[in-house]
Ligand binder design. Structure first.
Ligand SMILES: Cc1cc2nc3c(=O)[nH]c(=O)nc-3n(C[C@H](O)[C@H](O)[C@H](O)COP(=O)(O)OP(=O)(O)OC[C@H]3O[C@@H](n4cnc5c(N)ncnc54)[C@H](O)[C@@H]3O)c2cc1C
Length: 376
């Protein structure tokens, strides 16, 4: 019996479970380690903050997917991996050995330069913690009795969506709040067309979100900007980019200088051919690939084929990242800005497209093939 170990229930692994539900894998035991059976979907997180969705609508239940794939779910965090010994350790001390492993654990929020910790700070990743903490921020804002000051640090697409969603949420519950966004020029939608940046600046101004350019470091009252300006804050959301999970550096796997697992075009570790990685956790050594859910999703079906090939023999497929990806930036209200290469658009209809795409993604994984149905 060979064991395939799926570490994390990220986007790419959803497709692996889907594929495992379709094909039989005699002689293979499949185990997935995940901290929670509910996989949060980041694309709908701002919509949830704004009140457009219930939390349950932004989550995928991994249990029926695992049943259909004949996989065993082990709830826990992998906290150590020994790629030479082919085993992982979970936070409760359990060890799990594997023959083939696949890592799709996403990334953590990079808080290294922010220098802020404690109750005021809310990092966007891990998503599960953010889902639990945001209602507490809303409650604190309601209870404050005077203006509530929220600062979002990080002006990439995620930070912008979070600031606009927060502004909308405060207005919806009638809380008097000041929302600010801080981002360096190099971080403000750099990979997007100038028209997208223009649209977004207009939307931010309309929402009365003060946009501060520069770096921010944590101080007792909130944040100090690189120009010396103090931003007092009752709560700070960090959307400051992706950081690799610490345990990967000690795993023995070849990692890039930032600690992300280096993989080839088959999404296979360049140092350990029985280990694969996809999504935010990986770094392609042959092509530039931004960290986004789009790549995590698109690499999923390829990863599934390659894991089966590693277990049963067969030809592996290359994951060829598309040159351009479509980004739909939600703007608090049911309004969004679209960005695709040099093309951009904005409007209620863009939000409706995003809503449709997001709901379709969730629906796809909410109706797994039944466990009893025959496999190819
Ligand atoms: C607010 C927001 C909005 C975004 N919107 C978009 C968008 O519209 N389009 C887009 O392309 N990208 C978007 N992104 C980026 C996107 O979230 C990530 O690129 C994407 O989630 C990466 O997917 P993944 O499969 O690598 O990991 P994830 O989706 O993060 O999944 C990783 C899973 O692994 C689990 N895990 C973590 N550590 C461990 C461990 N030690 N052991 C076991 N399991 C573990 C986690 O609990 C999680 O379930 C957004 C990000 C944010 C923050």
């Amino acid at each position: 019996m060979k064991r395939l170990l799926l570490i994390g229930g990220g986007h790419a692994h959803l497709f692996v479970l889907e594929q495992l539900a379709r094909v039989s894998t005699p002689g293979t035991e499949v185990v997935m380690v995940t901290p929670s059976a509910q996989q949060g979907y980041s694309g709908m997180l701002p919509g949830w903050m704004a009140g457009h969705y219930e939390r349950s609508q932004c989550q995928i239940d991994l249990r029926p997917l695992a049943v259909a794939a004949s996989a065993r779910l082990e709830l826990g965090h992998v906290c150590a991996m020994n790629a030479d010994r082919r085993c992982v350790r979970l936070d409760d001390g359990r060890e799990i050995a594997y023959d083939v492993a696949s890592i799709d654990v996403g990334s953590a929020t990079d808080l290294s330069w922010l220098g802020l910790a404690g109750a005021k700070l809310l990092a966007v990743k891990p998503l599960e913690a953010f889902f639990s903490a945001w209602p507490q921020v809303l409650a604190a804002a309601r209870a404050r009795g005077q203006i509530f000051r929220l600062v979002v640090v990080g002006a990439g697409a995620a930070g912008i969506e979070l600031a606009l969603a927060a502004r909308y949420a405060f207005a919806r519950i009638g809380v008097d709040a000041a929302v600010s966004l801080v981002g360096s020029d190099s971080g403000f939608l750099t990979d997007h067309a100038p028209a997208v940046r223009r649209h977004v600046l207009v939307v931010l101004a309309r929402a009365q979100i003060a946009f501060h350019r520069g770096r921010a470091v944590g101080v007792e009252q909130g944040l100090m900007l690189s120009n010396g300006q103090l931003l007092s804050a009752d709560s700070v959301i960090a959307a400051t980019g992706a950081r690799a999970h610490d345990w990967l550096k000690r795993s023995g796997l070849a990692c890039d200088e930032s600690g992300f697992v280096e993989v080839d075009r088959y999404q296979r570790s360049v140092s350990h051919p029985n280990v694969f990685a996809a999504g935010d956790v990986c770094s392609r050594h042959d092509v530039e690939m931004p960290r986004s859910g789009t790549h995590a999703v698109h690499s999923g079906p390829v990863l599934a084929v390659n894991l089966l090939a590693a277990l049963q023999g067969g030809t592996m497929r290359s994951y060829v990242p598309r040159r351009r990806s479509l980004y739909l930036i939600s703007c608090g209200a049911r309004y969004a800005v679209a960005s695709w290469g040099r093309w951009s658009a904005k409007g209620d209809w863009v939000w409706r497209c995003k809503d449709l795409i997001d709901r379709r993604f969730i629906r796809r994984f909410s109706r797994p093939a039944s466990a009893g149905s025959p496999k190819a």
